[in-house]
Design a binder for this molecule. Sequence first.
Ligand code: HAM
Length: 424
Amino acid sequence: MKFQAVKGTRDFYPQEMRLRNWIMDAWRRVSLRNGFEEYDAPIFEYLDLFTAKSGPEIAEQLFSLTDRGGRNLAIRPEMTPALARMVNEKINSLPRPIKWFSMPRVCRAEAPQKGRLREFFQWNIDIIGEDNVIADAECIYVLVDLLRELGLKADEVKVRIGSRALTVAFLQGVGVGADAVDSVLPVLDKRPKVSPEEFARLAAAAGLSAEQVARIAQFQDCPDIGALKAAMAGRDEAGKAITDLEQLLTILRTMGVADYCRLDMRIVRGLAYYTGIVYEVFDAGESLRAVAGGGRYDNLLQVLGGPKVGATGFGMGDVVLGILLQEKGKLPANLGSGQLDYFVADDAPELFEQVVSLVAAIRARGRSADFSYKRQAVGKQLQTANRRGAKNAVIVKAGGQVALKDLSRGQQQEMSMEAFLKSV
Ligand code: HAM
């Protein structure tokens, strides 16, 4: 019998693992320098946690199972409900604002396609316990900080920012009833992703008239705050949503990341729990799926049995990010080389014992070292050192001497083994 990895999953051979670690190291570095603390949760949870308020799309994509006790469980398709559950459990003892990050492995039973798999890693940045848009701005700042960290420029990626609160106010203004809003929002989320004909079909199925569709389209295509204000003229309930958007854009300018950001009311997000500012990151050419997405979810903790606490954040997957970095030529050419500090060789087989003890002495000093198990000519051993991307080769010679060779610069110097070990 021959086995393969399941469709939509990936094997991480050391080469792929190096890329994954490189991305995740950047996620962690950027999170920590922005003042976020790391957390994690189980890989599976009670099924209801993910069906309570995430919306039909996530519910359809769940890998669910029943345990031997008959409990309905699901592998996590996202982190946000688990985060809300964890925070709810300790809400009174956690100092606010809670600024947490995670990098979970998550699974969605989607049809695999470019940029979308059934198992991936997702960086989550969330701030809980702050109602002010400063928290939304901070999350977007962290997002841009990561994009910049990986070398992506403002003309290569854009954070497209909308407001679900404002969209909901507009929908109610054009006669979409409060009970219909939940089923209309996922349709609007699809508008930039499907053909106009398909969108018209979905909109009609959600009960929107052709006139409503035309007015919504006009609203969603507003290029700036001025146009939005005009579109919402006389509708007081939109006031806070517009002020929030305006303030957000001002803070982002102050933070120096406005060139990465753009107002785009077509962004409403697919998940059901969002309530305020929402955003997605796309490559500038818009040829790929979203790199990241998030927004404010002020009701989720309460829906999951906790108090009403403001929350905002985003998720970024490793899949589209990897494709984008590859396409833009941003991946380091020598990924993973230089991880081995010393490759120890000998220039005569009888020195092998000294090789083994030197390797042990280097490792005991906390540096990495490796060597060939088979006795080979020194040239062969140096070839292996180069293939392994070692920083240095140490050639053990007769009489307690070594030659230390810097493999990137090609310089070589001889010294006693004692002097070498002192330098390690
Ligand atoms: P989401 O938009 O469903 O949001 O996912 C966020 C990101 O995860 C996407 O932009 C994409 O990079 C990645 N992603 C999603 N599905 C897949 C897939 N099938 N394959 C590969 N990558 C994928 C959420 O999950 C929210 N919980 C994010 C959030 C955190 N909102 C607030 N805090």
